[in-house]
Design a protein around this ligand. Sequence first.
Ligand SMILES: Cc1ncc(COP(=O)(O)O)c(C=O)c1O
Length: 385
Amino acid sequence: MGKVTDSIHGHGHSDEYGSVVPPIYLSTPFRQVIEANSSDRGFDLKYSREENPTVRYLERVLAKLEDGVDALATNNGMAAISTALISILRSGSRLILPAEVYGTTLGLALNMEKYGVKTTVTMPETEDLAEAIKANSGSVAVIETLTNPTLRVIDVDYLIKVAKDNNSIVIIDNTMATPVLYRPISHGAEIVIHSATKYISGHNDVLAGAVIASSNSVIEEMWQWRRRLGTIIQPLEAYLVLRGVKTMNLRVRKHCENAMAVADYLSNHPKVKEVYYPGLKQSPYHELASRMFNGLYGGIVSFKIKGGREEVRLFLNSLKTINPAPSFGGPESLIMYPITSAAQPIPDEYKAKLGIDESLLRLSVGLEDVEDIIEDLDNALRQIP
Ligand SMILES: Cc1ncc(COP(=O)(O)O)c(C=O)c1O
């Protein structure tokens, strides 16, 4: 089966009514006399905090899309990350993270120090991460395929190899890239996580997350932690993600096409200081991205305007189609100000090194007519003195 077919039919649902779309099972308990029924993967199906049929439909799709053996759907991306980390880490474990990782992930990692977890924070570049893994055999690294907001591309294939050589594990947050651009498990990764709130569900209307793994033993251990932590997704939300993911491939391709046009437009604008997009030939990550992502470069474009906080305020208040709001990956174009939002928890010394300053903006390019997105940017940029 192709991946697009999997996104539509991979749930494997069929019933006696011939229902084409999987049902939403709202029941919290399931009948149990002495033994419980088991779900298709052998876990007890007796209580929806543990297993739920609608959640299983979603998990089957996600496992197929990311080339995993199985998946666990969680109630948001942070639930996926925390469930995975709590499952894997022990007191004394070493956790390696690039400074430019989703800010709340960094906050979670640093706050796990109180449980005896040691952390190493590096620059978000392949070589820095590789050096940290080599220096810490047996460690766990959490990396994002495409970093946010400065859109660095990490050579994940190489880091997976370095981790294997050093008895370490790399957990890959593939939210920004999506399995349309890159599938880490097919390159040897063991664990992939997602904020399915973003491109996977794709409509800016549901919080969801997932862990996908290459082995059943990882899933079994994390299933126990999901049940203890209560991080499973709710059936209604699982249904919304199942619905959204059917069009993920089409949507992501269109996001990428629109983003390329926006990046081209911005890179020629006199009020724009710098554009961060790996699809641009002048990007230092262009070659690596071209090798990894099959000619697609993602739906996010970051850029710096000429000016600081007040110019940014004027610019954002002048936008009409693009919404100033956090998050990304939905049909509505969203723009956010990293320094007061997702990048806030990044330590200041790293912000300076990464170029995250008061002139930087991150645009999640939506699915609107690209001419309208560009016209909106054009009008707002014209307001900057
Ligand atoms: C790359 C990345 N990972 C994880 C998360 C957390 O996901 P959620 O907001 O669904 O908890 C986010 C949220 O923005 C994110 O951007």
